[in-house]
Ligand binder design. Structure first.
Ligand code: NAD
Length: 378
């Protein structure tokens, strides 16, 4: 069962809860818009289902409402920023605005952002850059719970570390590649577990490091209700909910692409975590509800690189060539990254956003927790 809501109504309701949780109206509106856009884009794991966890993180002090990004170093094309545990949807946008200004002025910008609370869908930041004609690369680590195993390792050692590349394409929709380096989002494992399903081989290992198709090995038992976790909608309860079992009782997610995806996940930890100053994960799981992200962003203005004309022609020629190929029997089209999200947006803008009953109950519980006055229809 699920509840079907139109985006504007859902945005207002979520903003209402966030305001009751301590955010100024502008912040609440920005965070709500970002979360609803993730739902519209088809990534429910990074949508409004995060609100219960954000509410808990604010109450614990791990997430600081009404906090702006702080510039710790500014040398023109190099920017180092501290998110100061503010809402990632807010400090992430502030950081991108600064970085975009620099890339427009100088041709490029290398920017680090440490200690941001959950940045959500990283593609949002690439979309901001490509809208200004810039190429964007993002490497991100997640400080929440070590749920992904190293290639050759037998337990979780790091998070779902996302990587994102945005490329503007003249006269066409942009290329927006945006993915977790784990084979699958942890939130999808909770859904499968709740539905009593097994998952395909190659996603998971059990607490002994053996391959398994049981999604329960990465799902922390709940004390009634679930909340997203590990920056990808995992649903474990921390402080204020059930305590985590000892780490040895968990299995782990595997990275995509075997040793290659694993290498990219480590690169995200080293660049997004260590280089940004935000920190890397090197401790057992704890019970904190905050999800912190570190991000390295590289922005390039093709117009300033002197290759604009070739870039536009060659990119278009390649995309045409790609899409002129035959379609494989079990596929309906050859798509470019970014297209599925745009299609989902068009569809969900019309048809509405379906929120499953468990997620909806948790959102309402969060609203009650912060004393948000009831709104008719919700
Ligand atoms: P996913 O597996 O759905 O992959 C999404 C990417 O693949 C997109 O770029 C999409 O356009 C592309 N894609 C999908 N189908 C395609 C097709 N048929 N042809 C071509 N390209 C196709 O995504 P995911 O790994 O589940 O990640 C989901 C979201 O979670 C991302 O937005 C990511 O940034 C976010 N995330 C955030 C955090 C965090 O801590 N902030 C952590 C992990 C993931």
């Amino acid at each position: 069962m699920s509840k079907l809501l139109q985006a504007p109504a859902l945005r207002s309701y979520i903003a209402h809860i966030l305001e009751a949780s301590g955010s100024a109206p502008a912040e609440a509106a920005t965070v709500a818009a970002n979360l609803v856009l993730a739902n519209l884009s088809g990534h429910d794991s990074h949508g409004v289902g995060m609100v219960p966890r954000y509410v808990d993180a604010v109450r614990e002090g791990g997430l600081q409402p009404n906090t702006a990004v702080r510039v710790t170093l500014d040398s023109g094309t190099l920017l180092a920023l501290d998110g100061q545990r503010g809402y990632g949807q807010v400090v992430g946008e502030q950081a991108m605005q600064l970085g975009i200004e620099r890339a427009r002025a100088h041709g490029s910008c290398i920017m680090t952002l440490g200690h941001a609370h959950h940045l959500g869908r990283i593609g949002h930041f690439a979309e901001m850059a490509v809208a200004q004609g810039l190429v964007a690369l993002h490497f991100v680590n997640v400080l929440s719970r070590p749920v992904v195993a190293a290639w050759g390792g037998a337990d979780g050692r790091f998070g779902t570390n996302p990587c994102c590349i945005g490329v503007p394409l003249k006269g066409r929709e942009p290329f927006i590649l945006d993915f977790a380096t784990s084979r699958v989002a942890q939130g999808k494992m909770r859904v499968a577990h709740n539905e009593g399903r097994r998952v395909a081989p190659g996603y998971l290992i059990d607490p002994q490091g053996r391959p398994t198709t049981d999604p329960g090995v990465v799902v922390v038992p709940q004390d009634g209700g679930q909340g997203p976790g590990d920056g990808s909608g995992s649903g474990e309860k921390g402080a204020g909910g059930g305590a985590h079992p000892p780490q040895g009782l968990f299995g782990a997610l595997l990275t995509f692409g075997e040793h290659k995806g694993y290498g990219l996940a480590v690169a995200c930890e080293l660049l997004g975590g260590a280089l940004s100053g935000g920190g890397t994960w090197h401790r057992p799981a704890d019970t904190a509800r905050a999800v912190l992200n570190g991000m390295l962003t590289i922005l390039i203005d093709p117009a300033r690189l002197g290759t604009q004309a070739t870039f536009e022609q060659e990119a278009a020629a390649f995309v045409d060539w790609l899409q002129a190929g035959p379609v494989a029997p079990d596929h309906d089209a050859v798509r470019l990254a970014g297209e599925p999200e745009r299609q989902a947006r068009a569809h969900r803008h019309r048809a509405g956003i379906a929120i499953d009953d468990t997620t909806w109950a948790e959102i309402q519980a969060a609203a009650q927790k912060v004393g948000a006055p009831p709104i008719q229809g919700f």
